[in-house]
Design a protein around this ligand. Structure first.
Ligand SMILES: Nc1ncnc2c1ncn2[C@@H]1O[C@H](COP(=O)(O)OP(=O)(O)OP(=O)(O)O)[C@@H](O)[C@H]1O
Ligand SMILES: [Mg+2]
Length: 333
């Protein structure tokens, strides 16, 4: 049989100009409007986006569960439209809002069943099954029927069933949904462990930025059916980290000069946010270039106040995400 792979490049997953419009009561919903990205083998990529952005539609299109209107998807060089069966062998998923498991079967039976579909035998791969149970904290639940488990354990079972198939590409759509803080933390640790052990290609969608920031190297942000950012997470953060400073000064009893200080600062930095107490003045300012901080320091020095602290505002993925989506909505109306 000829190898269906066309060996186009090193990307394991490639999505080109994907579009999908749904009809909802005779109303057209443009769910995705031309999405393109690629994921290298062994990469762990985060999908971020507000509700209705198009994340699940993109994932379902890749999995062959939604038929896109246009665009091209390849997995391991295999065209998903031309060879859906071959592509499907290489993918597994935990889908948002779906049961993903059989509730009348036990955790172990579910794992056996889903592995079996992909030709993975529980007897031959017993050690791997045990490893997944351990890493996901499911050992004590192996013989429990899924219907009797709490939602967090149900979710972990779904993740175990997706991973046990040993497919090179895995989609986890909202894997921490409904998990308590500890379970979410454990799942994140498990994903990192799996990633470092197995180098599988994993796409994770989540509204929990901590999950993405913690486990992924790269984030693809989708908003309104389009990709609005596709960056290495550290680089994404550095774009927003830049020059936002919080400087607290003590008046030193020097009320006369200190009283005119806010006005002087506003003249130089109209964007500054200044809060005064009887003892201190707190200045939060986003400098437009790296040298402006010297101007502010000089103004503080000549006014005779002493600097108590200077800190640079820490940017996390949540702030970067909100800013990107806010800007994008501003541009697109
Ligand atoms: N089967 C469908 N029929 C009609 N409209 C749909 C269907 N599936 C999705 N949509 C619409 O397509 C858009 C994108 O939905 P999608 O589920 O992909 O978003 P999402 O990014 O996964 O959102 P969430 O964060 O809420 O899970 C939404 O406007 C949604 O209402
Ligand atoms: Mg979704």
């Amino acid at each position: 049989m000829p190898d269906p792979r066309q060996g186009e490049n090193n990307c394991y997953l490639q999505v080109q100009d994907l579009k999908k419009t749904f009809m909802d009561r005779k109303r057209k919903v443009e769910a995705i409007k031309g999405i393109s990205f690629s994921v290298a083998q062994g990469e762990m990529v985060g999908f971020l986006g507000p509700n209705g952005a198009g994340k699940t539609t993109t994932i379902k299109s890749i999995l062959g569960l939604v038929r896109p209107d246009s665009g091209r998807i390849t997995v391991d060089g295999i065209d998903c439209a031309k060879n859906p069966g071959e592509a499907a062998k290489r993918m597994s998923a935990v889908l948002e809002g779906a049961r993903n498991t059989y509730w009348r079967l036990t955790v172990w039976e579910n794992m056996q069943f889903f592995a079996g579909i992909h030709g993975v035998s529980a007897s031959k791969e017993r050690a791997y099954f045990e490893y997944l149970l351990e890493v996901l904290g499911l050992q004590d639940k192996r013989n429990a029927e899924v219907r009797n488990l709490s939602s967090g354990y149900k979710q972990k079972t779904a993740v175990a069933c997706a991973l046990v198939k040993k497919t090179p590409l895995v989609f986890l759509d909202e894997p921490t949904l409904g998990l308590d803080v500890e379970a979410s933390y454990e799942l994140r640790a498990a994903l990192k462990d799996l990633q470092s052990q197995e180098k599988r290609t994993i796409v994770v969608s989540s509204h929990d930025m901590k999950v993405i920031q913690d486990v992924c190297n790269r984030a693809i942000i989708i908003s309104g059916g389009r990709i609005v950012a596709d960056e290495n997470i550290q680089e994404l953060l550095s774009l927003f980290r830049t020059r936002n400073y919080r400087i607290t000064v003590s008046r030193n009893g020097n009320m006369r000069y200190a009283e005119s200080l806010p006005e002087e600062i506003y003249k130089l930095f109209p964007q500054a946010d200044i809060r005064e107490t009887h003892e201190t003045i707190e200045i939060v300012v986003d400098f437009t270039n790296p040298f402006e901080i010297y101007e502010l320091i000089e103004t503080l020095r000549t006014s005779g106040v002493s600097i108590e602290s200077i800190s640079q505002e820490q940017v996390d993925l949540e702030k970067a995400f909100l800013e990107i989506v806010r800007r994008e909505k501003g541009i697109c109306g």
